[in-house]
Design a protein. Structure first.
Length: 187
């Protein structure tokens, strides 16, 4: 059963999430290469997104963020919603990401503003918001009970849905903007 428990690490749901993030990074890399060939002014943003999602994939597979819990708890005295204290640097990283990518986001067409906002909102909401909610229940009830298991499973499910929506949004972007046959065109 542990192989399918949504809140455990090093199992099938973790692999699935890491794979979805990796696929996202590769689609973003494809878009980045296409934008480089077109000398698009946002080409570095697309490559940056690819690298961010590659890092997120590696982090998900290797549980790097979990290593921040104890040091951040010691520094911030985190408890309750911040029981999983990695959410503090995670939220800071999301805020920085938002500032750096705001101009990029504002230049997207309305359809893709909506798609990327919803998909990234679901993913970030699952990761940060869900992590905070799970932390609250873990701090107050412990991690070995039905309530925590349900909350953590919902959090992880929202994360997976967000990743899937990101892939959908990126494929829609390619479908709408990539010139037909460009992927297969010899240079």
């Amino acid at each position: 059963m542990q192989n399918f428990y949504m809140d455990a690490e090093g199992n099938i749901p973790t692999f699935t999430n890491a794979l979805l993030l990796f696929v996202s990074s590769q689609i973003l890399l494809l878009i980045g290469f296409w934008k480089f060939s077109a000398k698009d002014k946002f080409r570095f943003h697309w490559i940056g997104l690819s690298l961010i999602f590659l890092f997120l994939s590696i982090d998900e597979a290797t549980v790097l963020h979990e290593q921040l819990i104890k040091p951040m708890r010691a520094i911030a005295g985190a408890d309750g919603f911040f029981y999983f204290a990695w959410v503090i640097p995670g939220a800071i990283a999301v805020a920085l990401f938002g500032l750096i990518y705001l101009f990029f986001f504002l230049h997207l067409d309305k359809k893709f503003k909506f798609l990327f906002f919803i998909s990234l909102g679901a993913y970030i909401g699952g990761v940060i918001g869900g992590g905070m909610l799970s932390g609250y229940f873990a701090a107050n009830l412990g991690q070995r009970n039905f309530t925590y298991s349900v909350v953590a499973s919902i959090e992880e499910s929202i994360e997976l849905i967000g990743c899937s929506l990101i892939i959908y949004s990126l494929l829609e972007y390619i479908k709408q903007y990539l010139p037909e046959g460009m992927i297969f065109k010899a240079t």
